[in-house]
Design a protein around this ligand. Structure first.
Ligand SMILES: [Zn+2]
Length: 298
C-alpha cells in the first residue's frame, strides 16, 4: 500500500490492470472538466451547476456531446463549433491532469477502496486551489470550508489512521475507530490552522506587511484535515523549501522588488499531493526512529 514512484509507474503499465486504469483515467477526465468549471466560475461567484458550458467568445451553449472530456476537444480541434474561436488549451490539460491523478491514486489505493475516493476528492480540491491561486492570488473560502468538512467526515470511512499513537505508547481512548478517525482529522485541521495563523501573525509583525493571506491559513486547516496532524504538518513545513526552490530563482531572474512571483497556496497544494503519494516514504526518511513501520492509513 505504500508504493513508491517506480512501483507506481510499473503498476499502472502492467497489462492485467490496463483496462481498469483506462476506465479510471476517463472517470478522472470527467471530474477534470468539472474542475475546469469550478476554476472558471467560483472566483467570479457564478454557479457551478447551472447553466451548462457555453463558448466564451460567441456565448452559444455547448451541445451535450461537446462536453465529453478530451474527445470533444480533439474532435473540435480545440475550436468552438460555431464561431471557430480557439478554446484555451488549459481545458484539455486540466482534464488530462485530473485523469492522471485519478489513475495514480487508484493504483496507490489498490482499487475501489475508501482511500481512493477520499484522496481523489482531496486531489480535485488541490487542483482547484492551485490554479485559482495562480490566476487570481486567492484561495476561496467555499473551497476551504468544503475541504475541512469533507476531510473530517470522509475520514470516518478510512481504516484507522491514529495507530501511530499506539506505536508511540500513547493512550488511545476505546472509542469506535470511525470517531477516532474524525477526531484525528479535526486535530489535523486545528494544528494546521494554528501553525499558519502563528506564521501569519508573527510574520506580519516582523515584515510590517501581510506575510500570509487568511486564505492560506484556512487552506492549511484543509490540508491538516485530509492528511491528519503528522503528515499534514510535514506537508505544510515542506511547502516552504519547495516555495523557496521555485521562487528564489524566479526572483533572481525577474528581480521584482522582493515580491514573491508565485502565490504560496500553489506550493502548499503540491506539497500536500506529494504527501498523499510519498507520505510514508517522506515520514520514514525524516524520522526513521519514529517511523520504523509503514505509516498506517495510506
Ligand atoms: Zn463560439
Amino acid at each position: 500500500m505504500n508504493l513508491d514512484g517506480v512501483m507506481l509507474a510499473r503498476e499502472i503499465m502492467s497489462s492485467a490492470n490496463v483496462a481498469s486504469n483506462v476506465i479510471i483515467f476517463l472517470f478522472g477526465t470527467l471530474f477534470g472538466s468539472f474542475v475546469n468549471v469550478c476554476i472558471a466560475r467560483l472566483p467570479v461567484g457564478k454557479s457551478i451547476v447551472w447553466p451548462g458550458s457555453s463558448c466564451g467568445a460567441c456565448g452559444v451553449p455547448l451541445p451535450g456531446w461537446q462536453n465529453v472530456p478530451v474527445l470533444a476537444y480533439l474532435l473540435l480541434r480545440g475550436r468552438c463549433w460555431f464561431c471557430r474561436t480557439p478554446f484555451s488549451r488549459r481545458y484539455l490539460l486540466m482534464e488530462l491532469l485530473v485523469g492522471a491523478l485519478a489513475t495514480a491514486l487508484w493504483v496507490h489505493a489498490d482499487g475501489p477502496r475508501a482511500e481512493f475516493f477520499y484522496y481523489f476528492t482531496f486531489a480535485c480540491l488541490l487542483v482547484i486551489v492551485f490554479f485559482v491561486d495562480l490566476d487570481a492570488w486567492i484561495i476561496l473560502d467555499e473551497v476551504n470550508y468544503f475541504g475541512v468538512v469533507a476531510g473530517m467526515l470522509g475520514a470516518a470511512a478510512l481504516p484507522p489512521r491514529y495507530l501511530m499513537l499506539h506505536d508511540m505508547g500513547l493512550p488511545v481512548p476505546g472509542w469506535p475507530p470511525w470517531l477516532l478517525n474524525v477526531l484525528w482529522s479535526a486535530l489535523g485541521a486545528l494544528v494546521g490552522y494554528a501553525f499558519f495563523l502563528a506564521i501569519a501573525v508573527i510574520g506580519s509583525a516582523l515584515a510590517r506587511q501581510e506575510a500570509m493571506g487568511r486564505g492560506d491559513v484556512k487552506f492549511a486547516a484543509m490540508i491538516g484535515a485530509f492528511l491528519g496532524p503528522q503528515q499534514g504538518m510535514t506537508a505544510l513545513l515542506l511547502s516552504f523549501p519547495l516555495g523557496a526552490l521555485v521562487a528564489v530563482p524566479l526572483l533572481l531572474v525577474r528581480g521584482k522588488g522582493g515580491k514573491t512571483p508565485v502565490p504560496f497556496g500553489t506550493f502548499m497544494a503540491v506539497a500536500a499531493f506529494g504527501m498523499v503519494i510519498y507520505g510514508a516514504r517522506i515520514m520514514r526518511w525524516l524520522d526513521p526512529l519514529a517511523y520504523p513501520f509503514d505509516v498506517p492509513g495510506y
